[in-house]
Design a protein around this ligand. Sequence first.
Ligand SMILES: Cc1cc2nc3c(=O)[nH]c(=O)nc-3n(C[C@H](O)[C@H](O)[C@H](O)COP(=O)(O)OP(=O)(O)OC[C@H]3O[C@@H](n4cnc5c(N)ncnc54)[C@H](O)[C@@H]3O)c2cc1C
Length: 381
Amino acid sequence: MDFYDNLLDDTHRLLRATCRRFAEAEIAPHADAWEEAGGFPRELYRKAADVGLLGVGFNEDLGGSGGGALHIVAAIEGLMRGGSTGVAVGLGSLGIALPPIVQAADPWQLDAFVRPVLAGEKIAALAITEPGTGSDVAGVVTRARRDGERYVVSGSKLFITSGTRADVITTLVRTGDDPHGGLTFLVLTPDMEGVAVSRSLKKTGWWASDTAELFFDAVRVPVSHRVGPEGGGFGTLMRNFQTERLALAAYGAATAELALEASIRYARERKAFGRPIAGFQVTRHKLADMATRVLTAKTVVYQVATRMDRGQTVVQEVSMAKNLAADVAREVTYEAVQIHGGLGYIRETLVERLSRDARLLPIGGGTQEVMKEIIARSMGL
Ligand SMILES: Cc1cc2nc3c(=O)[nH]c(=O)nc-3n(C[C@H](O)[C@H](O)[C@H](O)COP(=O)(O)OP(=O)(O)OC[C@H]3O[C@@H](n4cnc5c(N)ncnc54)[C@H](O)[C@@H]3O)c2cc1C
């Protein structure tokens, strides 16, 4: 729709089309099976890297495809055409795991961790959340004690996307007592003694992405695996959150758009009382409302991404976009299930999956309530 598409240039459109083609060819035919199996093959990372999908937003000298925030939005929109948010976020976990390492710009770490992940050879995960703390990042207690040229890390992490098979685990640990200044990123790898996946978690949605609980038992991590300076973890994380929240807003808008399109198709085909259900005013008005909500979410997501690419501060707006898109995804998928009737409650139906997947959006990457705190604070309240 031109309403927001005019913010895109040819590079965004081409990327969106490439990702869509990839999703339709490589994901859609397998989406149902991968969702039921709770995972997708590792080789999909390599295939996604080959078409430049994994590297969106990363510089070409690192093996990335370049581009900025609006390219990330365009790629998500294309990728969601595979019909599985789980696959998309599984492929996308590098988007939150690598930026702290890229920012620190240590040449050895870029070679050891960033380039192989962008090439689709390794999988990356970001490990912040713990059993005792999520929203309150300053509550992280996984401890890293310095012992010569190593840190000794003990603790556990919860809800880690791609965590059961990640080769690069960008992990927030406590190196000091100051709530914020005592946090540092270290890269842990699963071959280190004492790193264990304690559980693979079953979820409401996002079935095709694995979600892990990780346990660290006196893991000896070389100092060369420290990302940036000791105590710099909190600032790095806050910068990382902006892109993560934009991406989640883009997932929300794309989820709603897919649900709307599926509902329009179904309403035209399905007959009741001798005519297509699209002929009932109540259905037509539902679809009109859904389309209006999709337009609102997409416009805000595209605008915020454009401003991010211009280097403008959008802390308030990105929080608003995430909350708005999460609401829109919830409302639109709810009505989409309603329009599909009984079929909307059946596992083979796309809108059934989308309605479950959408539930994560007001929780992950900062909850709806935390976003509202950020918005209120930036209003001077
Ligand atoms: C499928 C999935 C994938 C995830 N992937 C990752 C990942 O890859 N890496 C990672 O590190 N984490 C990941 N997470 C964790 C996610 O980021 C956290 O669940 C989220 O930040 C919320 O933290 P919490 O679950 O501890 O909830 P809590 O922080 O305990 O919050 C519980 C409730 O209290 C409310 N609350 C908390 N503080 C306030 C406040 N100050 N004001 C008002 N209300 C408040 C919250 O809004 C929420 O409603 C994932 C989670 C899920 C479910």
